[in-house]
Structure formats: C-alpha cells, structure tokens
Design a protein around this ligand. Structure first.
Ligand code: OVM
Length: 408
C-alpha cells in the first residue's frame, strides 16, 4: 500500500502507532499484543491505515460474519479491489460464497474425518520411523535441531505423500510457504527477500499441480476426480491443488516446531506429557493457542459496519490478530501460562467461521502423532542452545531449535 492511499485516522478510535510487521514486533509480539488488547476492542494503525483487533470476542465476530468482512479482496494487507493480487487468487482462501462454497465442499470432503481414519496408520508409522532415528541420535549424545530434523521433516514427508507428490524438490514447498505468508503483509524487506526466489519456486509449484504429477487416489488426484464429476472446471483443479501445496506444509511445520519449543521451555508440562502420552493431542492444541503458527489474517469490509460499536467504512482493511485473541485475559484464565491440562476450545489458531482451517483434522493428526511419539521415547527434552527465529509477516516460525533429548 502506498502512503497516499492510507485513509485518515477516524475520530473516536484508539490509535496504536506501531508497525506489527517490523522485525522487532515479529520477533517478540506478545508485549505488543498486550498493548493492542489494552488499547481497545478495535484500534487504528496509522502506518498502514488499518483497523486491528486483538481481543477474542471481536476477532470471533469478524471471522464469523463473512458477509460484512469479505475475503475476496484478499486476506493480507493488499486490497485486491485496488491493486492486482500478487498471484492468481486462491479459489478458497481469497473467495466469498457462493464460489468459496464450491471449493470448500470439495476440500472438506477430501480432508474429512473419514480420510483421517484412513491415513492415521501410515502417518503414525512415519512418525515412529522418524523418531526412532532421532532416538538413535540422542543415544549417541547428539544435539538434534528440532526444526529440520522433526518439524520440517515430518510434514514434508507425510503431507506431500498424501497429496500424491513425488519426493524430489519438496524443499520448494517451504520456500513457497515462506513467500506467500510474507505476501499477506506489507511489501517490506521480509517480503522482498523471500520474493527474490519466487520465479523458479512458483514454476515448480504450478508444475506439480498438474494431474500427471499426482499419484492416482491421493488428495491431489481427488480434486481432479471432482473436476471429472463436474463440480469444478478442469482449469480450477490445479488451482485447488495449489491450495494444498500453499497451506498444508509451512503451517504444520511451524505448528510442530512451536509445540517442541513450548515443551522444551516448560519442563513441568513435558514431564506431565511423558507420564501420560495420551495428553499429546491436548498438548498440541494448547501450543496452538500459546504460540499460534498463523498469527494474523486480514478481512475487508464490504459495507459500513460497526465492530464493538466502532463504525468502519466500506472497503476498510481489518487485521484480526489470532495470536493476541489466543492470549486474551477476557477469554482464558492465566493466558500467558502454557498449560497442557487446559482444553483451549475456541482458540483462533485455525481461524473461525466458514474460512476456518479446512485441513485442521490433518494438522491435529500430525501434531498429536509427533508429540505422542516424542513423549514415549524421551524422559526429558531441553534446549541445548538459543533457538533462532525465521521472521515472517504472518507465521510464527523458528529457523533452528537445538535440542538435547534424554532417552527414557
Ligand atoms: C490457499 C492458501 C494459502 C495460504 C494459506 C491458506 C491458511 C490457504 O492458497 O488457498 O490458508
């Protein structure tokens, strides 16, 4: 967004003059989230000319009113009714009903609980195989980097396998994810640097959305079957495969990486999980609340609309800070405590409403299986050095997580 297109500050709305996409706030967002919630239910950020909410209730309201808060103008800072999208729009993420509904129906059928029951056994075997290797390394006394070795390795194996991709070039999925999640933010250094490598990565992604690249019967091929049945056009099929390849890897990689960080920095929680690995699913859920992999999404107002009594004109960009809602003291007792004993129902890490994460059953399966597999093998898990961050305009991401894993 250019400076001259930034709307003037509206009267009566609290102003918070920060850059939520600056390196400093991305590296340490929680003090800013606290200021955001304290400033009011909705605030104005002059730097970008946007409304921002970090409280649980208004975030929930925005995400559950898809008629007032649309997605077809983009779910990043860029307003697609004023500037062209950086890539052809997603048929599901950047769409409103009725178009959204057609795409959503297909993807939610492919990613249904029934599917999860079918893939569970192979996903569990892969988790066991991967973690047996980590156990051997730990027995040799090695420090293990939890990011490449676990958080990246596992989703990069099981999810593209399920989609039906071959094994070559999968690192492109991480580069592509880094790029598109940066692209939901402003055109800052982070976006410019991750977009430098966009050409070959995008070419690889689009080539691998073609039917010939996808194993018959996999998630990708099932989209083409829906096109064969006339539910979508043949041209739309590769675009829906693109949604799998966009949303299915970097999200779970960072969900698992953040969960490992939570457990390595909360020894009492880990001890509890080790004593009862059946808490794995709940522990993963709590880590989603506490360290949400997807921190933010935007909506665009389709009409003048009041949010908590604050009127916003049509065409306004509204930033929902999911990660701040997930630590709202109005919603959660002791929100800054990582507590695997709580059931954080209603957290916003998967969004809410008609755009709520369509792959959440698969994400939860991956998280549960990795955490349960770790809990069974290791008595303790400790930081063996300072973790480093990979800053991203949307994702809460680690670059490295040096771990000392103590075999049980
Ligand atoms: C898509 C897409 C891309 C990124 C994220 C996402 C979290 C969806 O291309 O449909 O959902």
């Amino acid at each position: 967004m250019t400076t001259d297109s930034v709307p003037a500050a509206p009267a009566g709305v609290p102003v918070l003059d920060v850059d939520p996409f600056s390196n400093a706030l991305l590296a340490d967002p929680y003090p800013y989230h606290e200021r955001l919630r304290a400033a009011g239910p909705v605030v104005w950020m002059p730097k970008y000319g946007i409304y921002v909410t970090g409280r649980h209730e208004p975030v929930r309201q925005v995400l559950n009113d898809h008629e007032s808060y649309i997605s077809s103008a983009g779910v990043g800072l860029a307003n697609f009714s004023k500037e062209p999208p950086f890539r052809p729009k997603s048929l599901i993420l950047e769409a409103d009903p009725p178009n959204h509904t057609r795409a959503r129906t297909i993807l939610s059928r492919i990613l249904s609980p029934r599917t999860v029951a079918q893939i569970r056994e192979s996903f569990a075997q892969e988790a066991d195989h991967l973690l047996d290797g980590v156990l051997e390394a730990a027995r040799r006394g090695e420090i293990v980097d939890g990011v490449p070795r676990i958080a990246e390795a596992y989703p990069l194996k099981v999810f593209p396998d399920a989609v039906g991709l071959g094994s070559d070039g999968r690192e492109n999925l991480l580069l592509y994810g880094d790029m598109i999640f940066n692209a939901f933010g402003p055109r800052n250094e982070l976006l410019i640097r991750s977009a430098e490598k966009v050409q070959p990565v995008t070419a690889w992604i689009m080539a691998h959305c073609q039917r010939a690249m996808l194993r018959p019967g996999g998630f990708g091929d099932q989209i083409y079957q829906a096109a064969d049945a006339g539910e979508i056009s043949q041209d739309e099929a590769p675009m829906l495969v693109r949604s799998f390849l966009s949303a299915g890897v970097d999200t779970t990689v960072n969900g698992i990486g953040n969960a490992l960080w939570c457990l390595a920095t909360n020894p009492e929680a880990y001890a509890r999980l080790h004593a009862d690995p059946s808490l794995a699913r709940q522990a993963f859920e709590e880590s989603l609340r506490y360290e949400s992999a997807v921190q933010t999404f935007f909506r665009t107002t389709s009409r003048e609309v009041e949010l908590t009594g604050i009127p916003m004109p049509a065409g306004s960009k509204v930033l929902t800070v999911l990660a701040a809602a997930n630590r709202d003291e109005r919603q959660w007792p002791d929100p800054d405590r990582f507590d695997i004993g709580r059931r954080p129902t209603g957290h916003m890490a998967f969004g809410s409403g008609i755009h709520g994460c369509v792959g959440q059953v698969v994400a939860r399966l991956e998280g549960e299986l990795i955490l349960a597999g770790i809990a069974k093998r290791f008595a303790r898990i400790e930081l063996a050095g300072e973790p480093t961050r990979r800053l991203n305009n949307t994702l809460r991401a680690l670059a490295s997580l040096p771990l000392r894993l103590i075999p049980a």
